[in-house]
Design a protein around this ligand. Structure first.
Ligand code: C2O
Ligand code: CU
Ligand code: CU
Length: 478
């Protein structure tokens, strides 16, 4: 199969890459209601910062009904996704997180370039059941404008809590944004509900593969219907909040232009497909007109080697797009919009190079059942060990290798990564990500500016089952 296309697609995010269909069959057990039975599109509530602060209470609890599925899941403030937090560069996010679950949790602001220390974006904090914890997240004045998100990060429970419904979007609004008719958030997640109407626990094998639910949701709904006025230009903020599912999105018949990935603006590029590994986001301009669907194509994400066959994220229809009746939206001119892109690190001297390898091995993990061990460089996660210690102020180049037979999306907290070289070759233009897929057996080269923010945090595989199994390391910048 066209492995190189697949690799180039994931490494470079698919911008402008010519595509050949990847083999792989749709899963037979994926739930897809037929016809236009979906609910009309809805979005979570939006909380907007005022006078430089966004004060919000977030209560994590098992109190969200999914009426379409007759299920009960978890959410923040009774909603899955949780409320969208909308703020500006320079604002402070003041959150009070109440844990109404029966196990520890905490909060991570995925992608934000903010301090990981103290009551900032600190993944080592633990918020016990019944506790309320305060977070102060100070967003720098020069923070990129785009789409970020929040989710729990208590090691060992991240995948369970995310797939239970605990996640929400963070939108950073810039000085200048492209003029659009309207904006939408599309958070894609998946889950499998058991007969009791609650998310069912995956098997040890599913955790090793990375669980994929049998139901895919957009903003907590199965196959919603979006009404797009013909002639309108909409901005879609699309997030892959699935634990392990890879997305290859298409909206045939509509013009789609990418204006940002992972919260970092990019010069507009017309695309036919958008590849999103778990954790990735894309900011899109979508020009309406005509009936179509938003769907994801099948993605081959490798295998467990001797422990099992090919792992495929199946093709699924995510939403129906219909032309809205009534007055067409005003056309807007986005052609001349140019974003503020970050400094190109290809032109910067590298202070230090490191090599990190994703590793999987046979071990006595999984309760002595002889499962696999997941880690970096042969080591599972240990929060008391520092694995990488860059100096504050340095620009580093990291070579991230994947010695395993399956794809692993590499995620670094706090500091975005500029992709220098992927398996498809060198990046022809600046490509920024906070999650970079490293295909099975391949490697990528990224550059990271550890400049204005120091502290101790983590990097990990964003197949969050793998993160929970130990595929995570500690980085300390001083
Ligand atoms: Cu999406 Cu460590 O996080
Ligand atoms: Cu993160
Ligand atoms: Cu992984």
């Amino acid at each position: 199969m066209p492995d190189l296309s697949r690799r180039a697609l994931f490494a470079l995010g698919g911008a402008g890459v010519a595509l050949v269909a990847v083999g792989g069959c749709g899963s037979v057990d994926t739930f897809e209601p037929s016809g236009a039975s979906g609910a009309s599109f809805s979005e979570p509530p939006v909380l907007v910062s005022q006078n430089g602060r966004l004060e919000a209470d977030l209560r994590a609890a098992w109190d969200v009904r999914l009426t379409q599925l007759d299920g009960t899941v978890a959410g923040y403030n009774g909603s899955t996704p949780g409320p969208t937090l909308r703020l500006r560069p320079g604002d402070t996010l003041g959150l009070r997180l109440t844990n109404a679950l029966d196990e520890p949790t905490n909060l991570h602001t995925h992608g934000l370039h903010v301090s990981p220390e103290g009551n900032g974006d600190n993944p080592f904090r633990m918020v016990m059941p019944g506790e309320t914890a305060t977070y102060e997240i100070v967003v720098p004045d020069d923070h990129p404008a785009g789409t970020f998100w929040y989710h729990p990060h208590h090691h060992g429970l991240v995948a369970d809590q995310l797939s239970a419904g605990l996640y929400g979007a963070i939108v950073v609004v810039g000085e200048t944004e492209p003029p659009v008719t309207r904006e939408r958030l599309l958070m894609v997640s998946d889950l499998t509900l058991g007969s009791d109407g609650r998310p069912s626990a995956p098997s040890a094998q599913e955790r090793m593969r990375g669980r994929e639910g049998n139901t895919v949701l957009v903003n907590g709904q199965v196959r919603p219907r979006l009404e797009v006025a013909s002639g309108a230009t909409e901005r879609w903020r699309v997030l892959n909040a699935c634990v392990s599912r890879f997305l290859r999105l298409r909206v045939d018949g509509l013009d789609v232009t990418v204006i940002g990935y992972d919260g970092i603006p990019t010069a507009p590029v017309a695309v036919a497909e958008i590849a999103l590994a778990p954790g990735n986001r894309a900011d899109l301009l979508v020009r309406g007109g005509g009936e179509t669907t938003l769907r994801t194509l099948a993605v081959n994400r490798g295998s467990l080697g001797m422990m099992g066959g090919t792992i495929t994220s199946p093709a699924v229809t995510l939403a129906d797009v219909v032309t809205a009746r009534g007055t067409p939206g005003a056309a807007t001119d986005v052609a001349r919009w140019r974003p503020a892109e970050p400094e190109d690190l290809r032109a910067v001297a590298v202070d230090r190079t490191r090599t990190l390898s994703f590793t999987m091995g046979m071990g006595m993990g999984m309760g002595g059942m002889g499962g696999m061990t997941f880690g970096f460089d042969g080591l599972g996660f240990d929060e008391s060990r520092v694995d990488q210690s860059p100096s504050l102020g340095d620009v580093e180049e990291w070579v991230v290798r994947n010695t395993t037979p399956m794809d692993h999306p590499f995620h670094l907290h706090v500091w975005p990564m500029q992709l220098i070289e992927g398996p498809g070759g060198e990046a022809p233009e600046p490509v920024w990500r906070d999650v970079v897929n490293v295909p099975a057996g391949a490697q990528v080269r990224v550059r990271i500016a550890f400049r204005d923010i120091g502290g101790r945090t983590v990097y990990h595989c964003h197949i969050l089952d793998h993160e929970d199994l130990g595929m995570m390391g500690v980085v300390q910048v001083t």
